[in-house]
Design a protein around this ligand. Structure first.
Ligand code: IMP
Ligand code: MG
Length: 174
């Protein structure tokens, strides 16, 4: 199956949004020492740009989760494939995600991390596919809001392809 990529967010626009999110986070965590937890693997490029835009010292950790098998349709269940290494008890935790689609992935991860008794737990997501959301997940720091379409680039993949692209594209079949 051939797929075509249509440009949605150029690199410059992504960087402006990352800067805006960084400023909001800096404002809210000014007197705190947060730990940012990236959801593997899609959020990696976003997380690394975000921490460089944050003019403050933060810790990072990663959690692995899979909600998609092969292809672009959610399988409806989430498996944690790698747990965090840090002790987050009494810490200010900020989850960093690439896309919130149905909300299932972050819902499961929020539940998983809440059980470790962090002092606070918030969510930053570069893209909010708000129409698909099935679960009550609050995105404290949303980047872009997108109605529909399967997106690739800037860390987002389709079967592990296209993560390296500096821009974000909508994938069109045919
Ligand atoms: P959710 O559990 O349905 O919210 O799906 C979230 C996860 O699915 C994200 O962590 C992404 O890895 C992946 N995902 C959802 N939509 C897209 C997309 O448009 N492109 C690439 N990955 C996506
Ligand atoms: Mg993901």
């Amino acid at each position: 199956m051939e797929s075509r990529l249509k440009l949605l967010f150029p690199a410059e626009k992504i960087h402006l949004t990352v800067d805006r999110l960084a400023h909001e986070i800096m404002r809210d965590y000014a007197d705190k020492a947060p730990i940012l937890i990236g959801i593997l693997k899609g959020s990696c490029i976003f997380l690394l740009d975000l921490i460089r835009a944050l003019k403050m010292s933060v810790e990072i950790d990663f959690i692995g989760a899979e909600s998609y098998g092969d292809g672009n349709v959610s399988s409806g269940n989430v498996r944690i494939t790698k747990d965090i290494d840090a002790n987050i008890e009494n810490r200010d935790v900020l989850i960093v995600e690439d896309i919130v689609d149905t909300g299932l992935t972050v819902y499961v991860i929020i539940k998983h991390l809440k059980a470790r008794n962090p002092a606070s737990l918030k969510l930053c997501a570069l893209i909010d596919k708000h129409i698909h959301k099935k679960l009550p997940v609050k995105i404290d720091y949303p980047g872009f809001s997108v109605k529909e379409g399967f997106l690739v680039g800037y860390g987002l993949d389709y079967n592990e392809k296209y993560r390296h692209l500096p821009e974000i594209y909508i994938m069109e079949e045919g």
